[in-house]
Design a protein around this ligand. Sequence first.
Ligand code: ADP
Ligand code: MG
Length: 309
Amino acid sequence: MPSPYSMVNKRINTPTVMAYVKGTSQSSAHDSPPRQPALVKSRTVDSGARVVARNVGRRFTTASGSVDACVDIDLTVEPGSFCVVVGPSGCGKSTLLRMVAGLDHPTTGTLDVSRLDGRAPTNAMVFHGRTLFPWLTLQQNVAYGLKLSGMDRNARLARARELLGMVGLVDFQRAWPHQVSEGMRQRTSIARALAVNPDLLLMDEPFGALDEQIRYLLQEELLRIWERTGKTVIFVTHSIDEALILADKIVVMSAHPGTIREVIDVPFPRPRFMTEVRSDPAFADLFTTAWSILREEVETGGAFTEGTA
Ligand code: ADP
Ligand code: MG
């Protein structure tokens, strides 16, 4: 039975575009055995990975020429912190996330993902849209990565149940993806990503397809989970509002080819509650700061006509 790690070594991705992968740590990435996933009950920064990007760029060469998806990315994401990336469409957000996941590689610069204790970091990705296996129940979807890692059936189903409980779906564990709402499917995707206890959670516009009320509920749910587990999170969104609710720091990227325009520290205390954050006078100031930068990039960078979402 292949482990999730071999999925990456062989560059095999599942049709769900879900990835359970090793980080891009240059040091011990191939030496350490897979760690048995375990639900972390209290928050410790030790359980998160550190991401350090120095002058990272990614150039794609296509039949019609070359395109720089992103250039000169300098970024440090500390273990256990919540980093949100915003930027115009086509500025390289997904490319950056894929490189951090080890699914793609920089063509310039260095990108290092490591743990403080030197062990090889793991990561998992959550995307928006239909990413669950339609032929598996919610419980089986959550247990899927654990099956690949060799965990026995009873243990993995028990853990999947625990995680579905964490996202409020234990009563729906035997449902098929088409029988539940989009919000419930997305909660299942989050549970599935958490199942392998990754050091780094990479989320690419995970709530982009959801209506606003469900989005609000999931944002708070994600915050509660993150506060409990202490993972490092890199979260991509189009929404400044979402970024301010979630982030320790917001990375604002320029229009294509994307680079970092500004890093905004978000000072609201934790645990955070959306209503408190929104009623804080600093919220409006930070929103204005972020939007004025982003607006400039969207308007002057040609993001209306170039790039892809
Ligand atoms: P974002 O997620 O910010 O919308 P992407 O990372 O998807 O942006 O894409 C950034 C740029 O890189 C876009 O111009 C896109 O067309 C280009 N790009 C992304 N992936 C590839 C690829 N595999 N081949 C060629 N160009 C690509
Ligand atoms: Mg994208």
